[in-house]
Design a protein around this ligand. Structure first.
Ligand code: ZN
Length: 156
C-alpha cells in the first residue's frame, strides 16, 4: 500500500502505491523504547510520552515526512491513518507537532510549501490555540490526554 522512495522535498519519503480510502491504517509506528536521555538529536526518534520515545524501526514509519497540511494522522495509538482519500503516488505526510511536546524544543524550519505552512515546526504546547484545536484529533494519545480541555486551558 505504501513504499519508501526519494522525495523532492526531503531525502526520502513514503508514498501511496495505490489509491487509499480515508481512515485506512497506513503504518503502525514502532521501534525501541527510549528515555529522553537515550535519544540522540541527529538520529530518528518519535516522542510518544512525557519522557518516552521510540527509535528507528528500520521500516517505512521512519521515513514519513512532515507537512503542515498532512494527509495522515494518529487516530488510534501509534497507527498512522489516512485523514482523507489519498491518491496513488501521493506522498504520505503527518504533522510532527502532533507528537512533539518538549518545553525546550526550539523547533525546526518547515518548507512543506502548503498554503498554511507554519514555517517552524514546534512543540504542541507552543502552537497557537487555534492550531492546537485543529490538530488535537490527530495527535498521539499522550497529548490528547494532557490537553483535554479547550484551547489554552490544558493542564501543562
Ligand atoms: Zn509547513
Amino acid at each position: 500500500m505504501i513504499y519508501v522512495k526519494a522525495s523532492d522535498q526531503h531525502g526520502r519519503g513514503v508514498f501511496a502505491r495505490c489509491d487509499i480510502a480515508a481512515d485506512t491504517v497506513l503504518v503502525v509506528f514502532q521501534g525501541p523504547l527510549l528515555r529522553r536521555e537515550q535519544v540522540e538529536a541527529d538520529s530518528y526518534h518519535l516522542q510518544i510520552g512525557e519522557d518516552l520515545y521510540i527509535g528507528a524501526s528500520g521500516g517505512a514509519d521512519d521515513y514519513v515526512n512532515h507537512s503542515c497540511e498532512p494527509n495522515a494522522g494518529f487516530r488510534d495509538g501509534l497507527a498512522l491513518c489516512a485523514l482523507r482519500p489519498i491518491r496513488a503516488g501521493e506522498e504520505i505526510t503527518w504533522d510532527y507537532s502532533c507528537a512533539i511536546d518538549e518545553e525546550d524544543f526550539t523547533g525546526f524550519s518547515c518548507a512543506c510549501g502548503t498554503p498554511s505552512c507554519r514555517r517552524v515546526i514546534r512543540s504542541f504546547r507552543h502552537l497557537d490555540p487555534i492550531t492546537r484545536e485543529r490538530l488535537r484529533p490527530w495527535t498521539l494519545p499522550y497529548l490528547r490526554d494532557r490537553y483535554r480541555s479547550p484551547a489554552g486551558q490544558g493542564c501543562i
